[in-house]
Write a protein that binds this ligand. Sequence first.
Ligand code: UGA
Length: 452
Amino acid sequence: MKLSVIGCGYLGAVHAASMAKLGHEVVGIDVDERKIAALATGVAPFFEPGLNEILADQLESGRLRFTTDFAAADDAEVHFIAVGTPQKHGENAADLTYVNAAIRSLLPHLSVGDLVVGKSTVPVGTAARLSRVITDSGSGAALAWNPEFLREGFAVEDTIAPDRLVYGLPAEGLDTVLSASERAAADTPAARAKAQLDEVYAVAIANDTPVVVADYATAELVKVSANAFLATKISFINAMAEIAEVTGADVTKLADAIGYDARIGRRFLNAGVGFGGGCLPKDIRAFSARAEELGRGESVAFLKEVDAINLRRRERLVELVVAALGGQAYEKKVAVLGLAFKPDSDDIRDSPALDIAVRLKGLGADVVATDPEAIENSRRLHPQLAFTQDVDEALTGADAVVLVTEWKQFRQLDPVRVAGLVARPVIIDGRNCLDAAAWRAAGWEYRGFGRP
Ligand code: UGA
């Protein structure tokens, strides 16, 4: 199929490259000339394992190209909207400026029978509004909402082989599609949109990927409720970590034990410095804001608590570091291992790790931070911090070490060897990812998070 992807950030660049890999002919469009110039040479403007190789292969195949010219969408039949929906400045709500602009720029290039497919995470009700904009334009195109569930670090894998597909379809004809009766083949906007999406995702569907067909509102809510659930799961275990801290219990053992119950599951039960990134924090805030607009703020009031628990972990970690430094951080050297919001990413949006480095620096500590991929992004935002790519250099002479992003490079550090580098062998494991016994055996004072 001929596809256009509007917005070539994390979501769009990965989607465009993955769709080309699946055999579609794809043009990626973005207003950012630098981003497009990089992508056109096969270089993603962010770190995602394996993506550059796929970009290079697909550009070479001729099935993938990138441009700033919306006219390139003229030839495409399906147009994905993959622009960002960040948090508004000073508010919890999502900023829809980019979504609205993308639709406006795309409208003159739509033809009868085209399908616009929203992938961005939006407040419920957005798709219905945009559908009216598209209909009123007289373009003859339709809209579907098809949320994306990719995780950074596994983005290509999650796009090519998702664990489910969700289609939010136009109201007209939706009943017949949902009833899956013979009439489902009837030529309605919903049936046509479903057929087009089935063709886009033919490979995943042939591999038995579940497809959930729904109305716009359900599809929009699936996305935000999935992220709200994940955030709640993490804050739940972090709340248990707080209780563990005052009772001498071990939250990692607790997570293992409750995780054996298949109804609970062990994944996303890692207590530590909490969640960050460009999705979970802003999505739970936007969800609260939207629920309040809808007069149902109380229904998701717990998300404010989820956010508060999460942010409290950062304060607690700083307290632990200061305590480990004897109650005073001023002019003490602290090695901060990690800056990205999670491993295998250079993303520092709302990163707990970077926040910890900045807070410690604010307390007068001599912070030296290291991260395999996120130093450049961090330096741009916080030039006051000292960075080094060399982990040994960060550790040398440190009065305390704090691990805040569980990169493999940090998990595999040899406690015996690195004990010889630091001034004082004190480590605070903000992700509970190290073998406490091994570090203690090597002479370290080891402090976990919610562990004795
Ligand atoms: C998240 C969702 O997992 C994806 O399904 C979704 O598509 C995406 O947001 C999105 O909305 O675009 P992502 O932001 O890449 O994906 O990161 P996650 O893997 O969810 O991790 C989020 C944060 O939670 C990280 O800071 C991570 O360190 C933290 N986390 C995760 C924990 O603190 N504990 C855990 O047990 C798991």
